[in-house]
Design a protein around this ligand. Structure first.
Ligand SMILES: *Cc1c(COP(=O)(O)O)cnc(C)c1O
Length: 373
């Protein structure tokens, strides 16, 4: 396909992916309706087994969103009012919300300038007597530097919880994202690498007590039907979504590989240009949820690209500490300078498995045209 034939590249294209798995997905949905096991039941149980296997953990629990996954992990760890949880300042707001909903306080730490993940050298300074957990986020699909984080946590007696909502299948020194903390949160929001056709989330853990607690918390606090041991929620993963996710789980490794190929091609074509491209440390095997570059003229660039039919995104334009929702924490502009500058320069390029080399080339042509090179 010649470049001239391309006139629109979406940021993600879920319809293109559906076309490749339509027969299987349609059959899976029809089967759930036929069997009328809409809540929990075999599809959720099988998905949990398969997802745990994929993450190389003992257990997985299906819940209704990634935000719920984070909150329920916090509750299972008995984190609540008066407690603090350390998170990166430059994450999606849901990381912080999952902490706040328990009454605990999110404490922000700047990212590393190159990897965008939590700066492990700044974590200890954020620890107080109230700190209960450190929750690194594997941002953009690349794992945080887990070994130093696990060491710091051990030294101070803290839990490590992974926010793996963008990192289904990523690896750190060979280990899967979601297999290193006491428990880990995943999102199956449609645009995530493993996305449902609606909301969904998951928790992985190797800990049986946490598993049992999560089973109660997501299901009205019951350990058996109509026996309610504690105040629980209704936060279950839908059987329909579980059936769809089971189909998609069979393809996730190949989709992640396709994203890796696109990322390599972007990086190759952009090397030596004015754009700051992603850096992958030796410990990381990313799954490229997002391919993020930096440029000084970000907003003008995005407008220019959209004129060529190329749609980009910003993850995220306003840091959490400057959001109205968190004004009670009393932060102001300048408190997290790196997070703030990055938020003004970052732009996420189109990234999904079904991209072609020609499409990646077209995006890069647009980027180079913009800088006049
Ligand atoms: C998507 C996401 C969440 C929240 O997941 P939902 O399923 O949308 O609730 C949490 N943390 C990160 C880093 C995310 O990207």
């Amino acid at each position: 396909m010649a470049n001239t034939e391309i006139n629109k590249i979406s940021f993600v294209d879920l319809a293109a992916q559906y076309q490749t798995i339509k027969t299987e997905v349609d059959a899976a949905i029809a089967s759930v309706i036929q069997n009328t096991a809409f809540i929990l039941g075999p599809e959720v149980r099988k998905f949990e087994e398969e997802f745990a296997q994929f993450c190389e953990t003992k257990y997985a629990v299906g819940v209704d969103s990634g935000t719920s996954a984070i909150e329920l992990i916090m509750r299972a760890l008995e984190i609540g009012p008066g407690d603090e949880v350390i998170i990166p300042a430059n994450t999606f707001i849901a990381t912080a919300l999952g902490v706040s909903f328990t009454g605990a306080k999110p404490v922000f730490v700047e990212p590393d300038a190159e990897t965008y993940n939590i700066d492990v050298t700044r974590i200890e300074a954020a620890i107080t007597p109230r700190t209960k957990a450190i929750m690194p986020v594997h941002l953009y699909g690349q794992t945080a530097d887990m070994d130093p984080i696990l060491d710091i946590a051990k030294k101070h007696g803290l839990f490590v919880v992974e926010d793996a909502c963008q990192a289904h299948g990523a690896r750190y020194k060979g280990k899967r994202a979601g297999s290193m903390g006491i428990a880990s949160a995943f999102s199956f929001y449609p645009g995530k690498n493993l996305g449902a056709y609606g909301d969904g989330g998951g928790i992985t853990t190797n800990d049986e007590k946490i598993l049992a607690k999560l089973h109660r918390l997501r299901d009205y606090g019951q350990s058996e039907k109509y026996h309610h041991d504690e105040l629980g929620y209704n936060r279950r993963l839908d059987s329909m979504q579980a059936a769809i996710l089971r189909v998609k789980l069979r393809y996730i490794d190949s989709w992640n590989q396709a994203r890796r190929d696109h990322a390599d091609y972007y990086s190759k074509l952009l090397s030596g240009t004015k754009y700051v491209t992603p850096i992958v440390p030796a410990y990381a095997e990313p799954i490229w949820h997002l391919y993020v570059i930096q440029t000084e003229q970000r907003d003008m660039l995005m407008k220019f690209l959209s004129g060529m039919g190329i749609y980009t995104g910003i993850h995220y334009p306003i840091p959490i500490h400057l959001q109205g929702a968190y004004k009670d924490l009393g932060y102001k502009t300048g408190d997290f300078p790196l997070t703030e500058t990055q938020s003004q320069k970052i732009v996420s390029l189109p990234m999904f498995a079904e991209l072609s080399d020609e499409m990646v080339k077209y995006v890069v042509d647009g980027l180079l045209k913009f800088t006049g090179s």
